[in-house]
Write a protein that binds this ligand. Structure first.
Ligand code: TMP
Length: 221
């Protein structure tokens, strides 16, 4: 059975993850692979309902612990329905956000701290860790600017309200950014940080380089 990789994408809102996942998926398909592409929250029927609740700006007054628990409820569903079956079939998974997002947003942004998030991760996800995490993290200034632009676009989108996080203040996103940095330096083997103010093509090149390297390592095992 070929060994698939569990690859996650992380970054602030507006960091370009979605574009890069699409591009990496297309790149892999051209080479004969058939990656499973998914996202959190969401990616399952139950998860999409949890996503709606979590991201809709009409969900007012959600307690940080409740927010964190819902993120893990979504994750438990995704592991059971999508991630474990795909890995068991030897497929590669490209997942838009995983526990690092909870550590950055709820642990950092909402100030619940890393310990609580990591304890929940252990409980819900067991030993499941990505083989590779691609963290798209431009400078703090650029990240805040992009998050702000996303925020304005989200406010103008009347058809689909996913603006609850985008409506947060700069200080929140600064804490998220700083927590991502701390995760990257703690888990430097797993997390490849793509930083600097790069073009879409340049980011893609770095992603492909990191994925190729990890695939080569996996095949040597
Ligand atoms: P996205 O799918 O457009 O990236 O949006 C998901 C939002 O949910 C984003 O603002 C980050 C947030 N989020 C958390 O706060 N904690 C989590 O664990 C996850 C997966 C996402």
């Amino acid at each position: 059975m070929p060994q698939g990789l569990f690859i996650t994408f992380e970054g602030l809102d507006g960091s370009g993850k979605t574009t890069q996942i699409k591009r990496l998926g297309a790149w892999m398909r051209k080479r004969g692979a058939d990656p499973v592409v998914t996202r959190q929250p969401g990616g399952t029927e139950t998860g999409d309902r949890i996503r709606e609740l979590l991201l809709n700006s009409r969900t007012g007054g959600l307690a940080p612990l409740s927010e964190m628990a819902l993120m893990f409820a979504d994750r438990a569903q995704a592991i059971a329905e999508v991630i474990e079956p795909a890995l068991a079939a030897g497929k590669t998974i490209l997942c838009d956000r995983f526990t690092d997002s909870t550590e950055a947003y709820q642990g950092g942004g909402r100030e619940l701290g890393s310990d609580l998030v990591l304890a929940m991760h252990q409980l819900i996800c067991g030993g499941l860790q990505p083989d590779l995490t691609l963290l798209l993290l431009p400078s703090l200034e650029r990240s805040l600017e992009r998050a702000r632009r996303r925020n304005e676009r989200a406010a103008a989108d009347e058809a689909k309200d996913e603006g609850r996080f985008e409506a947060e203040q700069e200080a929140f996103f600064q804490r998220v950014w700083e927590k991502y940095r701390a995760i990257a330096s703690r888990d430097s083997e797993r997390v490849v940080t793509i930083e600097g103010d790069l073009s879409i093509d340049e980011v893609q090149e770095q992603i492909i380089e990191a994925v190729t390297m990890r695939l080569t390592q996996a095949h040597k095992k």
